[in-house]
Design a protein around this ligand. Structure first.
Ligand code: PGA
Length: 248
């Protein structure tokens, strides 16, 4: 089965020469990469168009790291999902834990963003994971239910979830294969309770948090995840390509 491997470059490459050398190395790596899997790279918003145009010759799709919940208007500093779509991006990460914590994004904000992304035919990658106090399962349940309660079966099948335990992000620590498998199954059970088993099985669920080439098979294939969301390791096109090769 095809896996989805998403690279989240976060707020890195803070000048044009870093951006250019990343894209140059990326093309070198990916022009020879043979894979049946699907790769997406999500650069900082300011480079979205450049990445789209420059990486066109590879088979890698482009995604944004966030979007706003309106298509246009007086919303200083925000980016319309329509603008993101119009430059050629196909995906948008929504509700990453770094946005939930530094930008105080709530489940309500995330639902509005997902709705607008779907409206312009961008595929949302909704991050869920332990955030506040209390039980991890309860946290995740409320994050997933915010989505299941607000979207139809057809809409849900166009949404991808990414299970990302906050403590695993950037820490070099990961849950065990069994723990990830349990959470993936749990997310599917929450989806199944409102939208049925078939829908729950069709929704893509990724794992994210300290994924590298050495652990990706364990954390993805063996844990029955549909792919991975990669932060740190995607900052090296060589390491990102290695992760994709491991899943071939
Ligand atoms: P990491 O980040 O791979 O550096 O842990 C993952 C993420 O934040 O999505």
């Amino acid at each position: 089965m095809q896996k989805l491997i998403v690279g989240n470059l976060k707020m890195n490459m803070e000048n044009l020469s870093q951006r250019d050398s990343y894209c140059k190395e990326f093309i070198e790596e990916f022009s020879t990469l043979k894979t049946q899997n699907h790769a997406v790279v999500c650069p900082p918003m300011i480079y979205l168009e450049y990445f789209y145009k420059t990486l066109k010759k590879t088979n890698v799709a482009i995604g944004a790291q966030d979007c706003f919940w309106e298509l246009y208007g007086s919303y200083t500093g925000n980016t319309s999902p329509k603008s993101i779509k119009s430059i050629g991006a196909q995906f948008v990460i929504i509700g990453h834990s770094e946005r939930r914590s530094y930008n105080h994004e709530t489940n309500e904000d995330i639902v509005k963003k997902v709705a607008m992304a779907l409206r312009v035919d961008l595929m949302p990658i909704v991050c869920v994971g332990y955030m506040t106090g209390g039980e991890e399962m309860d946290n995740i349940k409320s994050q997933v239910e915010a989505i299941t309660q607000n979207f139809t079966l057809e809409e849900l099948e166009g949404i991808i979830f990414a299970y990302e335990p906050v403590w695993a992000i950037g820490s070099g620590k990961t849950p065990t294969t069994d723990e990830i498998h349990t959470m993936v199954m749990y997310i599917r059970s929450v989806i199944a309770s409102s939208h049925g088993k078939e829908c729950a099985e069709n929704v893509g669920i990724l794992y994210g948090g300290s994924v590298v080439a050495e652990n990706v098979t364990e954390l993805c294939t063996n844990a029955y995840a549909d792919g991975v969301l990669v932060g740190g390791a995607s900052l090296s096109p060589r390491k990102f390509a290695q992760i994709i090769r491991m899943l071939n």
